[in-house]
Write a protein that binds this ligand. Structure first.
Ligand code: CU
Length: 142
């Protein structure tokens, strides 16, 4: 399994001057006490080609990009690495598909509360921008 490399350097202010990346419909699924992981879903679009290179949150030790896939009739997920965003296309993170996986939750995700995720994007010219996303937590659906 590949390890996500977390970029520690951010170009402060780059994202606010040129709001290229748009993130909508973000939500996280509530977890039960003791559950070690959680999932976040959202839609991402961008006016220029970009790539999400890292994400972090206070709510978990690590954030990974995962993808669900069927293997021998069993739904599994695997680490997807980076997320490419192509202009004119919306990258949809949704149940049953790609998602941001919160690895090592620091506390349960409670419906009605929210988590804040800092996502770092890098464009073709290696220019980084940061999006701070407030993600509301929704109840578990049976
Ligand atoms: Cu996952």
């Amino acid at each position: 399994m590949k390890k996500l490399i977390f970029a520690l350097l951010f170009t402060v202010g780059a994202s606010s001057a040129f709001a290229e990346v748009s993130i909508t419909d973000a939500w996280a699924r509530a977890t039960v006490p003791g559950q070690p992981v959680g999932a976040i879903y959202m839609k991402i679009s961008s006016s220029t080609a970009t790539r999400m290179v890292s994400a972090e949150t206070d709510a978990a030790k690590q954030v990974q990009v995962h993808d669900m896939h069927m293997h021998d009739g069993v739904m599994r997920m695997r680490e997807h690495g980076q997320l490419d965003v192509t202009p004119g296309q919306t990258v949809e993170l949704a149940p049953g598909g790609k998602h941001l996986m919160l690895m090592g939750l620091t506390k349960p995700l409670v419906a009605g509360e929210s988590v804040t995720v800092k996502m770092t994007f890098e464009d073709a010219k290696n220019k980084k921008s940061t999006s701070i996303v407030t993600v509301p937590i929704r109840a578990l659906r049976k």
